[in-house]
Design a protein around this ligand. Structure first.
Ligand SMILES: [Zn+2]
Length: 230
């Protein structure tokens, strides 16, 4: 049995060091890999920058944000979309809570289009869309529940999410597409925390549509602190 293939952990020796991998330079605070299909979470301190790296390309990274000091203050797709008057997240997008408070800002983006309307996959939605045989497949909602439980979060805390690196065009008739991604191996997006922010991630396990190129792969998380800030 090839355990390396089973866990799909990348060979870190083949990757650039964290300082080079970060899209916004600074002192490296954290450097972690998220295995294919796996969850991840961390608190990013105010002023620090999280770079998410799509190591092999075409990997949807489902993401929820909460104010670390009060997880009742959480990301709102509706408020974010309304305040920026666009459904697309990219450089300059301010990721807002339902209160309107800015949680994070997209500082730099090598893809140009990220989704926040397509939602997260679940065993229930997989069954509806793809058939009963998919019910036991691992899904993002399960990742969010497993990882969120470490922070006292449960199902009522799961709201409409962000899908980094996912391409969800809206057709003229209003239909949503989930189509081949615009990302590519090594593409990055960088988010600056505007307040101490709990970032909850599911490295999407979906294999029934093209959002992960039918092949879920690992991603890398690097947090940097701008040298001038402290
Ligand atoms: Zn998913």
């Amino acid at each position: 049995m090839n355990t390396a293939a089973a866990t799909r952990q990348p060979d870190a020796r083949l990757q650039p060091d964290a300082g080079t991998a970060a899209l916004v330079p600074g002192h490296v605070i954290l450097d972690e890999y998220v295995e294919a299909r796996g969850p991840w979470s961390a608190v990013v301190a105010a002023g620090d920058v999280l770079t998410i790296i799509d190591l092999e390309g075409n990997q949807a990274v489902d993401c929820l944000l909460y104010a670390a000091g009060d997880v009742g203050t959480r990301y709102s797709a509706a408020v974010t979309i309304a305040s920026q008057r666009s459904i697309i997240l990219t450089t300059g997008s301010v990721l807002r809570a339902d209160s309107g408070e800015a949680l994070m800002t997209v500082m730099a983006d090598e893809v140009g289009v990220h989704d926040t309307v397509g939602g997260a996959c679940s065993q229930e939605s997989n069954t509806l869309r793809y058939g009963q045989h998919t019910h036991e497949q691992h899904a993002c909602v399960e990742n969010f529940l497993i990882e969120g439980s470490k922070w006292g979060l449960g199902k009522p805390d799961l709201v409409s999410n962000i899908n980094w690196f996912m391409n969800v065009p809206v057709d003229p008739d209003g239909a949503l597409g989930i189509v081949d991604g615009l990302s590519a191996p090594g593409k990055r997006v960088a988010l600056r925390a505007e307040t101490d922010t709990l970032v909850l991630v599911s490295n999407c396990p979906q294999i029934n549509n093209p959002c992960n190129g039918f092949n879920p792969t690992p991603v890398r998380m690097v947090v940097t602190r701008p040298e001038a800030s402290r």
